[in-house]
Design a protein around this ligand. Structure first.
Ligand code: T5A
Length: 212
């Protein structure tokens, strides 16, 4: 099989980092060892700098929401062109902690930026590049935030109001309902159950890929 791009999406505390490791384990069990991990925003030295800017801002200056969107796309295109595409070209598998769907959900629905603008930006910057499979870990934001609260200081996004996350989650669910390459996992379940669901989704998908 050629390399594929598998993305994990979901609200904060959904368990994406944990899910990336589960997907890696499944791939290795299927004899796939050439795996690269990415995260967004971030994943290259330049993109990591942009991540820091995005997450912390600078002093008290308010980050304009369109500037925020452009920072995210700058980080993304840098990662896609310098890491993800070259890895896929070499036949490697890429497991991404977030990708473009995050911008549609957080900036489009959460920040209420015109979806047409995001689509335009997306098409101009990424063209038809998209993940082969997306696992969307669905969780109400209050449960997810409770999990991440234990970590201490909250970043700019984690400090957003409830309605922001309600819109973001609704966008994820809507996208998953419309796109067969996005599979929804109930992330409110205990670890063992979530692991089981990921195993079942990814194994079924791998079998389909082999049969194609
Ligand atoms: N963003 C990103 C945008 O606004 N637009 C974009 O285009 C992009 C790409 C990224 C931020 O950027 C925003 C979204 C984000 O706000 P980040 O630090 O990378 O910031 O934050 P997240 O991606 O949200 O990552 P988190 O670490 O917050 O959440 P995870 O990775 O989903 O959760 P994880 O695996 O670290 O688990 C969190 C805790 O929950 C526990 C874990 O042990 C851990 O303690 N946990 C569970 N507990 C109970 N039951 C389970 N099933 C559990 N699964 C995990």
């Amino acid at each position: 099989m050629n390399g594929k791009f598998i993305v994990i999406e979901g609200l904060e505390g959904a368990g994406k980092t944990t899910a990336c490791k589960i997907v890696e384990k499944i791939l290795r069990e299927h004899g796939i060892d050439n795996i690269v991990f990415t995260r967004e925003p971030g994943g290259t030295p330049i993109s990591e700098k942009l991540r820091d800017l995005f997450k912390r801002g600078v002093g008290q200056e308010r980050l304009n929401i369109k500037a925020e969107l452009l920072i995210l796309y700058a980080a993304r295109v840098q990662l896609v062109e310098t890491v993800i595409k070259p890895a896929l070209k070499r036949g490697m598998w890429v497991i991404g902690d977030r990708h473009d769907l995050s911008s549609q959900a957080y900036q489009g629905a959460g920040r209420k930026i015109d979806p047409q603008l995001i689509l335009l930006l997306r098409n101009m910057i990424l063209g038809d590049f998209s993940p082969d499979l997306t696992l969307y870990l669905d969780i109400p934001h209050l449960i997810g935030l409770k999990r991440v609260n234990a970590r201490g200081e909250l970043d700019r996004i984690e400090q957003e109001v409830s309605s922001f996350f309600t819109r973001t989650r609704a966008c994820y669910l809507e996208a998953a309902a419309l796109d067969a390459s996005i599979m929804t996992i109930d992330a409110t379940e205990p670890f063992e159950k979530v692991t089981e669901s990921i195993y079942s989704c990814v194994s079924r998908w791998l079998q389909q890929q082999k049969d194609m």
